[in-house]
Unconditional design. Structure first.
Length: 305
């Protein structure tokens, strides 16, 4: 398990470093294209790419700290740092959206006319291809390794790709003679970016305040528990996420005629089944005994030698 976690950390950091390099190059290229091509939408899109770069730095810092082992001050590990990084990424994405919106609205209010050049159009097309590719790769690794900050960063890539689509439409329309379409495109970009940032921050915040795992995983947890030999019932099932890790605790009810050893063997079977079959990293089981009526009692499991 530890070796798999190390590989997952390496993959998450590697794809984030690749994204950071791409964001730096794209940001500089798009900013130059926006200035040389006289495009407000492309300058706004460049700012979005550079905000992606900042979020990459935040994610890398979060991943590095989250990888630290549990200690006396953090007995559950440092996974919440990564979740906090995802919240910060979402806030940064939304902030970039507000800046882009202000820029576009200001241009419309002042009745500024732009006449974008072909270089701005090329920059938008390149950005769409690169950022969509980064989104797909980053999202795949983030979901596979269960890294919330990496998944959040993937959606940051997607928001940049879609903002470039809006910029492409605005620049193309402006070049065809539709006045102010460049600024309108910047406003459209901004609204999408704000929405994406809010969703990223909200999803990470839910994990930060110990929201239970999604219903699908909870149902699978219940199935495994109820399928464990010797478990008559259960209650107080609780779950939460600590960064990439999933923690579960539950009270299992067993027959009162079992020995302590037999009861704990049932608990061990349930715990091992959850850890082996599901994406669960830590399980705490409490055993409760319930009155046993002859007609309801199953034969107790044989004691192991």
């Amino acid at each position: 398990m530890k070796g798999e976690n190390l590989k997952g950390d390496a993959a998450a950091q590697r794809v984030t470093w690749i994204g950071a390099a791409a964001n730096l190059l794209l940001g500089v290229f798009k900013f130059a294209a926006g200035i040389l091509g006289n495009s407000a939408a492309m300058v706004a899109d460049a700012a979005h790419s550079l905000s992606d770069l900042v979020s990459d730095v935040v994610v890398l810092a979060g991943l590095r700290i989250a990888a630290r082992p549990a200690d006396g001050s953090h007995p559950y590990g440092h996974g919440k740092v990564e979740t906090s990084a995802a919240v910060l990424v979402g806030i940064m994405v939304a902030a970039a959206g507000f800046i882009i919106f202000y820029s576009g609205a200001r241009g419309l209010y002042l009745d500024e006319e732009t006449h974008p050049g072909a270089i701005a159009l090329v920059a938008a097309a390149v950005s769409i291809v690169v950022k969509e590719l980064l989104y797909r790769i980053t999202l795949g690794i983030g979901r596979r390794e269960r890294r919330p900050s990496v998944v959040a960063n993937a959606w940051h890539h997607r928001s940049d790709a879609l903002s470039s689509v809006a910029a492409l439409a605005g620049i193309g329309g402006e070049m065809l003679g539709v006045n102010h379409l460049d600024q309108v495109a910047a406003l459209a970009v901004a609204l999408f970016v704000i929405r994406a940032g809010a969703m990223i921050a909200w999803d990470a915040y839910k994990d930060l305040v110990d929201t239970a795992v999604e219903d699908r995983l909870r149902s699978r947890i219940v199935e495994v528990i109820e399928g464990t030999d010797g478990v008559r019932s259960w209650h107080k099932l609780r779950s939460r996420k600590v960064g990439a890790a999933v923690f579960v605790d539950v009270h299992l009810e067993v027959d009162e005629n079992l020995t302590v050893r037999q009861a704990h063997e049932i608990a061990d079977r349930a715990e091992n089944a959850l850890l082996e079959r599901l994406p669960v990293d830590d399980v705490t089981v409490h055993v409760d005994v319930i009155p046993c009526e002859d007609k309801d009692c199953a034969d107790p499991p044989a004691q192991s030698s």
